[in-house]
Design a protein around this ligand. Structure first.
Ligand SMILES: Cc1ncc(COP(=O)(O)O)c(C=O)c1O
Length: 380
């Protein structure tokens, strides 16, 4: 339907071969492939533990549970994000407290607003590295340490992003990654939890599979006959098929991110001094994985018409994000309303996300840029 889609998966015969091997092996559930995927992911981002799970929402839920979050606890998180982050807090009985973003150039959670919202009930801060741009982690870790609260990094956008030379997902207490189809590395559905904390890793591994002390594979290999259940757990397991895809995708991540960076640069060069739009994150902390390419329309550009015009030209766009605090459920249950997070709301009204994926050709990046420049000239 689209001449230029918003994203495209970077699959070729390598993923097909990996999947075929698993299908022929006779073992489909969490096993050797999953172990290898975890080990390779941990080595790649230089972290002690990587625990594969069924998706990033499950990763966030387990991360919150491992910190013993519950009723009367609060977690500070951004509203300009995907709803999975704050939902995962509510699953535990705790309450998400939304902090605003930094400014119209930096869409990441504002450390200053975190400081304003932190209180006796705050148990954790959940940050999102928006579009793969690392948050100001020095400032956030300083606040967390001062108040004795945990930090969870939602790295759904940020596999391969680095802050001060350190990979995102290894700076706070726990990192959570997504391998959903539109992500920098995809396994269809899938996620990974990372931590350097042995105790947290142990609990997370238990809760990933019903709190059971032995797995089906252990019993298959003759290592165990029975099991005990020592935690209230879930079925958040990864399977061998998706792990085998993950191993291939991880091998492509570095080059994919380099290509994404090139595309980002072409867009930025094309949009220098163009009336009607600004490109955020022109200064940033560290290295981005360039998950998406957000732009900010000027106040007098009609976003609906802008997106319709691109659609008429076969170009898919999106919005990242409708703010969570203004969703009906959040208004009704948590009492949020318009005007409570002014910068988030401003960006949410004016942001548009342009196509970006590693196999995108230069000519398509220029085509998107040409159509935008043409539209803005006509409507000036
Ligand atoms: C910032 C963010 N957090 C969490 C998620 C949830 O990831 P998953 O779909 O793997 O559960 C997403 C997915 O789009 C996301 O963008």
């Amino acid at each position: 339907m689209w001449k230029i889609p918003l994203f495209d998966i970077g699959f070729n015969e390598k993923e097909a071969v990996a999947v075929q091997k698993v299908l022929s092996s006779g073992w489909l559930t969490m096993g050797d492939q999953t172990e290898m995927f975890e080990r390779k992911f941990a080595d790649f981002i230089d972290v002690k533990h990587a625990i594969a799970v069924s998706n990033c929402t499950a990763a966030l839920h387990l991360a919150n549970l491992s910190l013993n979050l519950g009723e009367n606890d609060e977690v500070i998180c951004p509203s300009l994000s995907f709803v999975a982050g704050s939902n995962s807090i509510i699953y535990t009985g705790a309450k998400p407290v939304f902090a605003d973003i930094t400014d119209l150039n930096d869409f990441n959670i504002s450390p200053e607003d975190i400081e304003r919202k932190i209180g006796a009930r705050t148990k954790a801060i959940q940050v999102v590295h928006y579009a793969g741009n690392p948050c100001n982690m020095d400032h956030i870790m300083e606040i967390a340490n001062k108040h004795g609260v945990y930090v969870i990094e939602d790295c759904a956008h940020a596999p391969g992003s680095k802050y001060n030379g350190q990979y995102c997902g290894t700076i706070g207490d726990i990192g959570c990654f997504s391998f959903f189809s539109n992500k920098n590395m995809a396994t269809a559905e899938g996620g990974m939890i990372t931590t350097n904390n042995d105790d947290l890793a142990k609990r997370i591994k238990l809760m990933r599979s019903h709190g059971m002390t032995s797995m089906t594979l252990d019993r298959h290999k003759g290592h165990a006959f029975s099991y005990d259940v020592v935690e209230l757990g879930y079925n958040y397991r990864m399977d061998e098929i998706r792990s085998s895809i993950g191993i291939v995708q991880l091998g492509k991540l570095k080059d994919g991110n380099i290509r994404r960076c090139e595309i980002d640069q072409i867009y930025r060069e094309r949009f220098v001094d163009i009336y009607g739009i600004k490109v955020p994150f022109d200064t940033k902390y560290g290295v981005s994985s360039h998950h998406i390419f957000p732009i900010l329309l000027d106040n007098d550009v009609n976003r609906q018409e802008f997106m319709e015009y691109l659609k008429d030209n076969g170009i898919q766009t999106s919005i990242h994000y409708p703010p969570i605090h203004l969703f009906d459920y959040y208004r009704r249950n948590l009492g949020y309303d318009e005007g409570m997070l002014s910068i988030t709301e401003e960006v949410a009204k004016r942001e548009v996300t342009l196509p970006l994926y590693q196999s995108m050709a230069d000519k398509d990046v220029h085509r998107v840029s040409d159509v935008i420049v043409e539209y803005l000239k006509e409507t000036k």
